[in-house]
Write a protein that binds this ligand. Structure first.
Ligand code: NAD
Ligand code: LMR
Length: 348
């Protein structure tokens, strides 16, 4: 069983813990987009967790097969597959958490000059409607659930989710999360590589948003403290900001990060489930509604609790280099947020 090889991971607070969750509970968790490149391995990790009592798998294709396959695994989570819009209400009923990797990834058309120039924002045309439709169903059928959105562009899909929940009168800012955990996972890995450390013991907060220069790693707040000369710091920061593109290029037309994202999505889900279960001191970064900067949404370390965000821990003390990165991210962040908000306002 996978739990035998599970190892501790470092949370943003620097606390080690078992990856599949530390205690047992019976949460009903839905994965929307469960048949996809992220959805399948993410569902596998969730099925392996003692924190999950019921796993509700929804997609517009292949969910009966994915659910049948996972249901044979010798762990206690009950797995059910739901296919197509008419089965979505049943998939969501009673859910305490929804994790959403539905929608298209960066998958450049090999026949066009657009090959590696595609940005996450180019996904907006398709994914804005996918996220608006799915979050509308969440607002109707599980309005109290924690909503964890992986679908890109996260800098716009979280404002979309907020506006949809507001429209239906069930908005709670403490329960809507843009999952940016992969940026933290990458920052931990790359810093550990550079300094010869165990990545499971490295914890780098990553703030801002989830696209290019809006991704702001706070190497000055790394735990343990690391000294990195300015030229290497610049290169490391750019590598973290462009790590998604590094994977898109390496996959050469076959999509974007899936396995590392499944790991990161599961890490975030387990942290949140642990906190919902009453575990104290659980901290993760996520892209949320925020008053910490001039941007109305911003990722910072968050103290999680039974009802979602318990306290926003803010940006902390930044180096001059990091302050400049924050300033440079603002205009792109605000434009992506407005684009998401306008999409819902102008929608019939
Ligand atoms: P994929 O194409 O492999 O899978 C997407 C799945 O979504 C498919 O199974 C598809 O059938 C399903 N889907 C599409 N429309 C749907 C709808 N209306 N309802 C339910 N399901 C629907 O893509 P992927 O590689 O798994 O990536 C999914 C999304 O995650 C992309 O938008 C990608 O950019 C994003 N992503 C985000 C991060 C992050 O850090 N937040 C990291 C990697 C990828
Ligand atoms: C990532 O960071 O890997 C994702 O946002 C996918 C992408 O398009 O880069």
């Amino acid at each position: 069983m996978l739990s035998r090889v599970a190892r501790p991971v470092a949370t943003a607070a620097g606390l080690g813990r078992s990856f599949s969750g530390s205690s047992q509970c019976n949460a009903k968790v839905a994965v929307l987009g469960a048949s996809g490149g992220i959805g399948q391995p993410l569902s596998l990790l969730l099925k392996n967790s003692p924190l999950v009592g019921e796993l509700s798998l929804y997609d517009i294709a292949h969910t009966p097969g994915v659910a049948a396959d996972l249901s044979h695994i010798e762990t206690r989570a009950k797995v059910t597959g739901y296919l197509g819009a008419e089965q979505l209400p049943a998939a969501l009923k009673g859910c305490e958490m929804v994790v959403m990797p539905a929608g298209v990834p960066r998958k450049p058309d090999l026949c066009t000059a657009h090959l590696f120039g595609m940005t996450r924002d180019d996904l907006f045309t398709t994914n804005a409607s996918v996220v608006a439709d799915l979050t509308e169903a969440c607002a109707r059928h599980c309005p109290e659930a924690m909503i964890c959105v992986i679908s890109n562009p996260v800098n716009s899909t979280i404002p979309i989710t907020t506006e949809v929940f507001k429209k239906l009168g069930v908005y709670n800012p403490n329960k809507i999360f843009g999952v940016s955990t992969l940026d933290i996972v990458r920052a931990n890995t790359f810093v550990a590589e550079l300094k010869g450390l165990d990545p499971a013991r490295v914890s780098v907060p990553v703030i801002g948003g989830h696209a290019g220069k809006t991704i702001i790693p706070l190497i000055s707040q790394c735990n343990p403290k690391v000294e990195i000369p300015q030229d290497k710091l610049q290169a490391l920061t750019e590598r973290i900001q462009e790590a998604g593109t590094e994977v898109v290029k390496a996959k050469a037309g076959a999509g974007s990060a899936t396995l590392s994202m499944a790991y990161a999505g599961a890490r975030f889900a387990f942290s949140l489930l642990d906190a919902m279960n009453g575990k104290e001191g659980v901290v993760e970064c996520a892209f949320v509604r925020s008053e910490e900067t001039e941007s109305p949404y911003f990722s910072t370390p968050l103290l999680l609790g039974k009802n979602g965000i318990e306290k926003n821990l803010g940006l902390g003390k930044l180096s001059a280099f990091e302050e400049k990165l924050v300033a440079e991210a603002m205009s792109e962040l605000k434009a992506s947020i407005k684009k998401g908000e306008d999409f819902v306002k102008n929608r019939k």
